[in-house]
Ligand binder design. Structure first.
Ligand SMILES: Nc1nc2c(ncn2[C@@H]2O[C@H](COP(=O)(O)OP(=O)(O)OP(=O)(O)O)[C@@H](O)[C@H]2O)c(=O)[nH]1
Ligand SMILES: [Mg+2]
Length: 290
């Protein structure tokens, strides 16, 4: 049976605490210690976090100062109220000990939260023609304030490495400037997968972020030892992905490690997005990658 501790909860074990493993509109799939280990719940109309931040080893569901209303998302620890007659309700989103956010390009001045409650953030980028130092730099600056988590720049598809096509690789160390560890893997050949062992640990959460097509879901499947999430070939002409993963999913691997797979992040300031925004009359200059 599911135990909330196996899903990364490190606070006191009390009843009514759960972790969101996926979100579907107003409904959330939760894992918990009650009701057979799983539950579908709706969120209460107004939800508040109680503390601004927490430490992973000091996750306490009580006390603290109310901040702003907050929508639960995959990876969140929540309090819920079980209801045998109707919808069970998420009544509180518990403090997040780490969070990766960007300014929302669609709604200026608001942050878009991309991943929460992870112990390691893998910023993934493939070793093909889509490699971009500017993008890595932008990701790293967004990762400066993630909270209590480590950051890894994970170079994927090492089997494709053809120095002629990957422009700028020699400048990687300088761009990263000690802000993250740099690892290189291939999900296809297995090269370098052993270097992930310190991060892929029982009850620890690793979040995968990066552009579409870099191999986030493929790596999850390889680590899981079976195809549990969908993957799709990239577009040959551009080396870019097709936005196969459309929602965040928290998966517990047979090893007991937790992986948060996320949809590919659309590049900020790219021409196709610029056109979208210009059509809406919004200037995107502020989002453009330098
Ligand atoms: N050659 C090679 N191809 C890989 C590797 N890892 C993934 N791929 C391929 O890259 C393509 C895209 O992989 P996905 O795992 O779907 O990429 P993703 O990052 O999950 O993409 P989104 O869900 O769209 O964000 C698939 O065709 C994979 O087979 C690798 O290590 N080497
Ligand atoms: Mg995917």
């Amino acid at each position: 049976m599911t135990r909330i501790e196996q899903f990364g909860w490190r606070g006191e074990v009390e009843s009514g605490i759960a972790r969101v493993v996926s979100a579907h509109g107003d409904y959330y799939h939760l894992v918990c210690n009650e009701t057979g280990g799983e539950i579908i719940a709706r969120k209460k109309k107004s939800l508040f976090t109680r503390m601004k931040s927490a430490s992973p080893d000091n996750m306490r569901p009580t006390k603290g100062v109310a901040t702003s209303p907050i929508k639960p998302m995959t990876g969140d620890f929540v309090r819920f109220r079980y209801n045998t007659q109707g919808d069970s309700l998420i009544t509180e989103v518990l403090p997040r000990y780490s969070s990766f956010e960007r300014r929302d390009p669609a709604a200026r001045r608001t942050a878009q939260v991309l991943a929460v409650n992870f112990d390691a953030l893998f910023i993934m980028t493939s070793l093909n023609e889509d490699f971009s130092l500017a993008r890595i730099s932008r990701f790293l600056s967004l990762a400066e304030d993630i909270g209590e988590a480590e950051c890894v720049v994970l170079l994927t598809k090492a089997d494709l490495l053809d120095e002629g096509k990957v422009k700028g690789l020699e400048g990687l160390e300088e761009t990263v400037a000690g802000r993250a560890r740099i690892l290189r893997i291939s999900s296809l050949t297995g090269e370098g997968l052993e270097t992930l062992a310190p991060y892929v640990q029982p009850c620890r959460t690793v979040a995968f972020v990066g552009s579409s097509g870099v191999g986030k879901s493929t790596l999850l499947n390889v680590l899981a030892g079976e195809d549990i999430v969908a993957t799709q070939e990239i577009q040959e002409w551009s080396g870019k992905g097709r936005h196969t993963t459309t929602s965040r999913e928290l998966v517990r691997l047979p090893s007991g490690a937790l992986v948060l797979d996320t949809p590919g992040i659309r590049e900020i300031g790219r021409l196709d997005e610029d056109e979208e925004f210009l059509a809406k009359g919004v200037s995107t200059h502020r989002w453009r990658l330098k």
